[in-house]
Ligand binder design. Structure first.
Ligand SMILES: Cc1ncc(COP(=O)(O)O)c(C=O)c1O
Length: 397
């Protein structure tokens, strides 16, 4: 229906928009100039990635998000720094492997850790593509619940129960899409203990890690800020880190006990060598892109903070609706009266109010009724669309 409306010239506001190149951000001129470096004419493939690119990524990962801000550091970043939520630790470039995307990073790690039919434990609700990424590798995604009690936390007993004999890894998304929940330090300890007891590996997707909104004390830090007790794979990429999804560069940082990390990296090299999917120009440009891209990440931080504040104010005007706590990331979850199904509400919103918004079931919420909105859209259109969403949900459009 979305395509039909658009082909009829209807101006639909897309509250599912997650593409930063489509939301009116200012990309510094010359940002892509580094892709034209003459060295890019040579092809000298390296499975794990070119050393200078891995060094650039390791250095970027070694800095807390607030230290990565450009000279126009935002108030939010300053306040995050004051709260001391981030710590720095030197990351070894030899423990960083490059892929074209985070999705490819998942695929490589699943190949590395699992045989066909093995299980990986995945959070629920979470990023819908996770299930497909696992299945494409012949791996069974077994959900474990996150539960909301004013903040989202991992249901630890349910996680332990889900870890059967075929389980090989636990996936954590921090902050999670769409719940916006960071991995709480206590949950990290508990998940590590489960991994240790059951010989499981930990995969932590930190693509949105640089975007805190309202984090719990101590939660908005990378798991890389302290050395890992179990073999851990931390995923991220330019796509979210600096709003450049079209450049196709992502990374997997491997951490944990030395006697497990080294064999894992060797095995990962074998997988990566079969594809060699990352282009030379983007690797040569990685350092400049990460540096110059901070100007884009800063704008995204300002945008999501402003839209989140506006959303909170608008939701507060509708007693029957509620905004779930968003610790970080690019999305927010609004609870709406369950007077009709999420599907029916989303369709009405599209057809009658010309607003496209994701129903909660899309992310496997355990019950209705929730709507998930991106915080990236341009602020005026965002506010106008949210007003229509809240009015329709309240039955007073
Ligand atoms: C939680 C999460 N992980 C990974 C990705 C994919 O990132 P990439 O574009 O680097 O493949 C997304 C994309 O939206 C995401 O939401």
């Amino acid at each position: 229906m979305y395509e039909r409306l658009r082909s009829q010239g209807v101006d639909v506001t897309d509250l599912t928009e997650s593409n930063p190149t489509r939301v009116g951000l200012h990309y510094p001129p010359g940002l892509l100039d580094a892709l034209a470096a003459p060295e890019g004419m040579r092809y000298e493939p390296s499975p794990r990635g070119l050393p200078q690119a891995r060094k650039a990524v390791a250095s970027w990962l070694s800095h807390a998000p607030h230290e990565r801000c450009s000279h126009v550091a935002t108030k939010l970043a300053e306040s995050t720094a004051r709260r001391g939520t981030c710590e720095s630790r030197q990351i070894d470039p030899d423990r960083v492997a490059l892929t074209a995307s985070t999705s490819e990073g998942y695929a490589c790690v699943f190949k590395l850790l699992c045989d066909p039919g093995d299980h990986v434990l995945v959070p629920q609700p979470s990023y819908p593509l996770l299930e497909h990424l696992a299945r494409f590798e012949g791996v069974e995604p077994v959900p474990y619940p996150l539960s909301y009690h004013g903040t989202w936390r991992i249901d630890l007993p349910a996680l332990a129960e889900a870890a059967g004999s075929r389980a090989r890894a636990i996936v954590v998304v921090s902050p999670n899409n769409p719940t916006g929940s960071f991995l709480a330090p206590e949950d990290h300890d508990a998940v590590t203990a489960i991994c240790r007891e059951r010989s499981l590996r930990l995969i932590v997707d930190e693509v949105f890690n640089g975007y805190p909104i309202d984090p719990l004390p101590g939660s908005a830090r990378s798991v890389l800020s302290a050395s890992a007790e179990v073999l851990t794979f931390v995923l991220g990429g330019l796509s979210k880190a600096v709003g450049l999804p079209q450049l196709k560069l992502a990374w997997t940082a491997v951490d944990g006990p030395d006697d497990e990390v080294e064999p894992a990296l060797d095995a990962l090299d074998l997988v990566l060598d079969a594809y060699l999917s990352v282009s030379t120009p983007v690797q040569l440009a990685a350092e400049r892109l990460l540096l110059a891209g901070t100007a884009v990440a800063d704008q995204i931080r300002v945008r999501i903070a402003a839209n989140h504040r506006k959303l909170a104010r608008l939701v507060a005007e509708h007693p029957a609706a509620g905004l779930l706590r968003t610790e970080g990331g690019w999305y927010a979850v609004v609870q709406v009266p369950a007077t009709k199904s999420e599907e029916a509400l989303a369709l009405e919103l599209l057809e009658q109010d010309h607003v496209l918004v994701h129903p909660g079931y899309f992310f496997d919420f355990s019950r209705e009724a929730f709507l998930v909105t991106s915080l990236l859209p341009e602020p005026e259109r965002f506010a106008a669309a949210i007003k229509r969403v809240l009015a329709r949900a309240a039955g007073t459009p």
